[in-house]
Write a protein that binds this ligand. Structure first.
Ligand SMILES: [Ca+2]
Ligand SMILES: [Ca+2]
Length: 259
């Protein structure tokens, strides 16, 4: 009950009314402040919202530009990819054609080489007045045996020289026609160890050498002047190599002249 009265006093009391009034006034001020403040916040929110929208639109525009740029790059790369694919396909076709052409040429080369070696073998068996013709040269294989100088003299008398061997094929051809040692046109008669052919060519000029094992050795066992003349084939079974020997030995020989 006391609290009721207290509340009645509070309501009836002028002071209380004044306080109430002032409270009322205070509330009105707050409301007015709230009313004044609300538009400000609204404006701020609108501005923020506006900026957000602007930024969002800007972002969308930027994304659109980037998308278009990437799309253009993609299309360009796609075109390049198509071009490169076409080029590769064309090159592959070209490569296959070239491989086929290469294989055809190789087959033709092998066939021609076979025919050539056949005709070569045939031509190197051609006898011309007792001489054997081979690759534009005529060769004479002696049946009698002479020393080296006499052998060369016989060759010269026939318009030839002792043979000069300038290639492996020539050596092989000569070897195929002999079954014992034969004098050839190589000697070091003028200067020991300086080998020259009868046409004055050196081994450096002809660029091929077919010395036998341990040759030349210039032995003086049977000839004090040493071994200064060269034979194709030794006195045993080796026929495809050169041997220096005493020039006074009697040996078969091979003459050579132009066809
Ligand atoms: Ca010698
Ligand atoms: Ca020798």
């Amino acid at each position: 009950m006391d609290s009721v009265y207290e509340n009645s006093d509070f309501i009836l009391s002028p002071v209380a009314s004044g306080e109430n009034c002032s409270r009322h006034n205070g509330n009105s001020t707050e409301e007015r402040e709230r009313e004044v403040t609300s538009p400000k916040w609204t404006k701020v929110l609108l501005i923020v919202l506006g900026f957000s929208l602007v930024f969002a639109l800007g972002g969308l525009c930027a994304l659109w530009v980037i998308y278009n740029h990437n799309l253009a790059d993609f299309e360009s790369l796609n075109e390049q990819h198509i071009m490169v694919s076409k080029t590769l396909a064309a090159q592959e076709i070209n490569s296959r054609a070239m491989t086929k052409e290469f294989n055809d040429l190789t087959a033709r080369y092998d066939t021609l080489r076979e025919r050539l070696s056949f005709y070569d073998a045939q031509s190197c068996n051609l006898s011309v007045n007792g001489w054997l013709a081979c690759r534009g040269k005529l060769y004479l294989f002696s049946s009698d045996k002479l020393n080296w100088r006499s052998s060369q003299d016989v060759c010269v008398s026939k318009g030839a020289d002792l043979v000069t061997i300038t290639s492996t094929s020539e050596r092989d051809f000569l070897v195929s026609k002999i079954n014992e040692s034969h004098w050839i046109g190589l000697n070091d008669l003028d200067t020991e160890g300086r080998w020259v052919w009868v046409n004055n060519q050196t081994l450096n000029d002809t660029r091929v050498q077919f010395w036998g094992s341990t040759q030349p050795n210039n032995r003086r066992q049977y000839d004090p002047s040493g071994e200064n003349c060269v034979a194709l084939g030794d006195f045993n079974t080796t026929l495809d190599s050169w041997f220096d020997a005493s020039c006074s030995i009697l040996n078969k020989f091979i003459c050579e002249r132009e066809y």
